[in-house]
Design a protein around this ligand. Structure first.
Ligand SMILES: *[C@@H]1O[C@H](CO)[C@@H](O)[C@H](O)[C@H]1NC(C)=O
Ligand SMILES: *[C@@H]1O[C@H](CO)[C@@H](O)[C@H](O)[C@H]1NC(C)=O
Ligand SMILES: [Mn+2]
Length: 350
């Protein structure tokens, strides 16, 4: 088994070789897999009760995401915002709220993600609430096969419709996607298209600090790899990331789906979100996670969810939340905090 460190060195070598090629042969193929972003806006909020989160995609774009990605050498194609079906009479099914709207929206999103993956991009799904991970991960897997999922969040979002105390589907997406939980999922309207596509052993959580009893039971039952904030405190984020990537690539290196909930970051930095929880990741820890995942060369899809301007008390709250979301996405596409210069840079002579 190749350790992540040697994998990284191999990758750096590959990059050097590619750079040489770049001048002579293949100008368009350098870093293609991680340097081409297909942006999908998903202004959807019915997975939870608070309005405002549907404004996430436009705010993140307005903060300059596309230009900043291009400035760092990334090809960007913006597929715009999706339109979702209006569902009337979306009565609760048991405790589950807005099942029809959530099911229908995620079906569309899954189809969109499949199409964008087939065009060769790393998909960037701008939410919207975290129920959208159902369609995003489903579509990603339908296009590329088995995945590793890295879920960065204050919450595990793994309630089943029957363990959930709120009935909000943004707290349940992983339960619909995991093979191991299928016998525990009741029939819901507009959910019949979902085929479970993730194995518990291919899932890693980072940043958990608000886990419901049923969720905690499920995580232990399935033996899911979890780096809660206690592990982050104990090990530090660099070690957490080494262990995450070693764990996920122990056998085969699968494409990585990074599902990033902005509430993973501490609310002192990202307050404009629906369910903030104290004691989160620092800005630097949050960015480090994206840098490390980018360096694996395996990042194939990213979700950035739960940015909600109506939950910020001040303009600064909103600005800090949105610009952090942008920086996390830049980290996913190779931004270097150490700085950067072009290979033909020359110092000016006096
Ligand atoms: C580094 O700088 C060069 C030249 O400005 C640019 O083309 C390249 O994309 C940059 N790389 C990153 C990772 O920012
Ligand atoms: C979702 O449910 C609504 C209402 O029952 C129905 O009109 C619609 O066609 C369904 N959509 C999908 C994609 O299943
Ligand atoms: Mn979440």
């Amino acid at each position: 088994r190749v350790s992540m460190r040697s994998a990284r060195i191999l990758r750096q070598l590959a990059v050097t070789v590619c750079k040489r090629h770049h001048h002579h042969h293949h100008p368009h193929h350098r870093y293609h897999h991680q340097r081409s972003a297909g942006i999908i806006g998903a202004p959807f909020s019915k997975g939870q009760p608070r309005g405002g989160v549907e404004r996430g995609p436009d705010l993140i774009r307005a903060a300059g995401l596309l230009n900043k990605l291009r400035e760092q050498g990334c090809t960007v194609k913006d597929y715009g915002n999706m339109a979702f079906e209006e569902v009337v009479d979306d009565e609760p099914v048991g405790r589950v709220k807005c099942a029809r709207a959530v099911g229908s929206a995620n079906k569309r999103l899954s189809d969109a993600v499949q199409a964008v993956k087939r065009e060769g991009h790393t998909t960037v799904m701008l939410g919207g609430d975290h129920s959208l991970a159902i369609g995003s991960i489903h579509g990603h897997s339908a296009a590329v096969g088995e995945l590793s999922v890295v879920w960065v969040d204050a919450h595990a979002d793994i309630n089943t419709p029957l363990t959930s105390s709120t009935g909000n589907i943004h707290g349940q997406p992983m339960s619909y996607l995991l093979h191991e939980l299928q016998s525990k999922i009741p029939v819901l309207p507009n959910f019949s298209w979902i085929k479970p596509c993730v194995s518990a052993k291919d899932l890693v959580y980072i940043g958990l600090r608000d886990v419901d009893p049923g969720e905690h039971y499920i995580l232990k039952l399935l033996g899911v790899k979890v780096f809660s904030m206690s592990e982050v405190d104990h090990l530090g984020v660099p070690r957490v990331m080494e262990e995450t990537c070693d764990y996920l690539s122990a056998k085969v290196k699968k494409p990585i789906h990074l599902s990033y909930d902005i509430d993973a970051i501490d609310p002192s930095v990202t307050p404009a979100t629906g369910t903030p929880v104290v004691g989160g990741l620092t800005y630097r820890e949050g960015v480090y996670i994206t840098e490390h995942i980018c360096q694996t060369g395996l990042l194939s899809a990213v979700d950035m969810v739960e940015v909600n301007p109506l939950r910020g008390r001040t303009e600064d709250d909103i600005q800090s939340t949105v610009s952090t979301a942008v920086d996390l996405l830049l980290g996913c596409f190779g931004r270097l905090r150490e700085g950067n210069h072009s290979s033909d840079y020359r110092l000016p002579e006096p």
